[in-house]
Design a protein around this ligand. Sequence first.
Ligand SMILES: NC(=O)c1ccc[n+]([C@@H]2O[C@H](COP(=O)([O-])OP(=O)(O)OC[C@H]3O[C@@H](n4cnc5c(N)ncnc54)[C@H](OP(=O)(O)O)[C@@H]3O)[C@@H](O)[C@H]2O)c1
Length: 250
Amino acid sequence: MSQERSKHGTVIVGATSAIARGIARACAERGDRLVLAGRDLDECERIAADVRTRFGVESFAVRLDVEDMDPSAFVQACAERLEGAIDRLVLSQGFMAEQSDAQGNPALVARTQTVNLTSVIQLCEAFVPHLRVPGGMVCVVSSVAGDRGRPSNHIYGSSKAGVNAYLEGLGPRLREQGVGVLTVKPGFVDTAMTWGLPGMFLVADPQDVGNSIVRAMQKRRHVIYTPFFWRGIMLIIRSIPGAIFRRLSL
Ligand SMILES: NC(=O)c1ccc[n+]([C@@H]2O[C@H](COP(=O)([O-])OP(=O)(O)OC[C@H]3O[C@@H](n4cnc5c(N)ncnc54)[C@H](OP(=O)(O)O)[C@@H]3O)[C@@H](O)[C@H]2O)c1
């Protein structure tokens, strides 16, 4: 094994997501102790057993449905597993309905905002006082979809824009304590969320995305686009004047 063993205590929420599995493997390869949380406890147990076997790290599965949770009780459950040493909170839960299904559908709108935005803020606020200082880290998987509102995906995009704004303020708020905040903006990734969607291009492998996220945590970066070329793509898209952007059917 090339990397130095870290022994970070890392909590990953949405652990059954393809990107989170990539993050868990990359963290375990570096020696992190893991809590893997999701609403499918059996699958979380399987992922925990897999990283334990492959990398010889301690890993624990915890059930968590972010639409029906007690964040303080979850923090306690994680602290017990990691013996109080929580270094990193990684949030990868996400929900994306078809824009056409979500339009005019209050239940789908509420679910999108709860899973992608409200639960992120609730979990960050619950964990921040318990993260190891200095050196703690909050990492949230947001999306390039939050950078601009497109007619084809703006209900989902609005939740990710909210995440970006929240984390943009959280970073400076925690700087003095030495706690880092990383906003991750993936482009298209080959996962269950995007399976079968039309118009996908430059689709990335979830393990490659997971590796890039863990590298960015090690380097204590603030914002990353992944794969890296999305930074350039989104620079161009963000620089399109509103008057022109409104006429594009994106
Ligand atoms: N795939 C892409 O192209 C792409 C691009 C940009 C950003 N992202 C973001 O990347 C993150 C990971 O998504 P993914 O692409 O890896 O898709 P995914 O495999 O569909 O993962 C979504 C994850 O969210 C979990 N989740 C949904 N509702 C939940 C709830 N109520 N409580 C707890 N967990 C819940 C799912 O759990 P279950 O397994 O139980 O359903 C699953 O683990 C998401 O935040 C997504 O928005 C993805």
